[in-house]
Design a binder for this molecule. Sequence first.
Ligand code: ATP
Ligand code: MG
Length: 563
Amino acid sequence: MTTSDTETDTPQEPRDFIRERVRSDLTTGTMSQVVTRFPPEPNGYLHLGHAKSICLNFGVAKEFEGRCNLRFDDTNPAKEEQEFINAISEDVNWLGFKWDDEPKYASDYFDTLFGWAEQLIEAGKAYVDDLTADEIREYRGSLTEPGRESPYRVRSVEENLDIFRRMKAGEFPDGAKVLRAKIDMASGNINLRDPVIYRIVHKSHPRTGDTWCIYPTYDFAHGQSDAIEGITHSLCTLEFEDHRPLYEWLIENLPTPASPKQYEFARLNLGYTVLSKRKLTQLVQENHVNGWDDPRMPTISGLRRRGIPAVTIRDFISRLGVTKSESIVDPSLLDHCVREHLNKAAQRRMGVLRPLKVVIENYPEDQVEELDAVNSPEDEAAGSRKVSFSREIYIERDDFMEDAPKKFFRLAPGREVRLRYAYYVTCTDVIKDDAGEVVELRCTYDPETKGGDSPDGRKVKGTLHWVSAKTAVNAEIRLYSHLFTDENTAKLEDFLAAINPDSLEVLSDCKLEASLGEWPVGSTVQFERMGYFTTDLDSQDGALVFNRSMALRDTWAKIQAKG
Ligand code: ATP
Ligand code: MG
């Protein structure tokens, strides 16, 4: 079982340019308290990229004794659902963070935003455009060509106000008209070429129902919501750098109660996976995975289900730091953080993934011994338990080789190994089926070696884990590896073609020591020599399911690789 991990760290010194900035704003008295927000759009589940933003926003607020809001950016009812709102809240909590007060919603500000849009119109700074979406795109120009003004740009204030109100009243179908800010069609920054700030969407909203059929765009809702909430540092990813002039233009031209500032940092990209909600949605909807919380997914809920502790995700994010340069992070860094934590936190048990039966011929038929086994070499307080030993046991199939090379220190005909916490055994016979496959081993044991040492000082190099056949509990074990075979999935034209066909392997007849029969769902344990495993929520009475949360490093594979 793992120890509780609700504590979040509190570093004293600024570690990145954002914390530097916050520290300096607080010391110069530009502001008295830092206020941040995490602004997810509720159109999917959170992933590791979001965890970076969460750790930054909530982390900065906590470290500098400020506040952080959870604000749902719910401005597009076509894609947003209550299920996602619930899942996002749960994930932020699970990651160990608490938002200030109640969760906020951009939709809470729809009335205010509508009023501000009317004021822009009245000031001659917004107009209703009847061009189609395609025409607007065409008129916008490109990085090298200036845009062209829409013929509707010259509408009078009165006409604009009248049509905008009729848009709100539901007189026009989706896409018939939009409201645009009137800024500068010749601007070098495309975002300032009269951006769309309201569009018509006849769709029920999870919170406002059918009250609205026009919705503000991200650009119009985001900065204004920041201002309403008194956000001081609006932290977002680098792709919004080009939106910053628009963010500032809107704050300057609207009667907002505050003037938040936007700062951009590099998003997290992770190798061998995808961190794009659009792609993750596709994986779920087309059944390439078993839902948002499939343990192969880079979602917070998938990682949780796999048994990755929240503290290790925070540790991983904190080691990455916050910079302005994009890179692809090697997922083995997360693996390292997980192993480092679980090595200390997880108790040890024995479990055999691919069982091979062993009969100890000179061990009495009906005898059963209860042997002492330590629960954690890293934590004396975890104590010990009894494991039961008997004449028939299971060992790992890979721990036996018929024609073993010299460096193979496990079991082979005529060779002696130690059974963990038990005895030395020597393989005396190999039993095969008609197809020539090894189905059983015969061994003898040395009664003098109880507990794992020989009184005559005889040494053995290999120590194997095992499970008594009499008391073993059966389990299904799910092994996971990278969801994609390519490190850089972003550059692929067809990312689905790079799905790893072997990302999930299900072992159905695993044998675990009896104490694991009562293991609670979501608890993590180390199966000695095999890795860290967590009980899955599919477990039922008498039908345990474990997820491999993380493999241990395979020393044998390393020796082989070295030759
Ligand atoms: P996508 O582009 O996949 O749809 P998104 O960025 O639109 O994701 P949001 O729900 O809007 O998803 O994201 C909420 C917050 O999380 C935003 O502030 C966003 O910048 C941040 N975020 C999203 N992805 C990452 C990432 N990979 N690394 C860091 N921050 C991220
Ligand atoms: Mg977004």
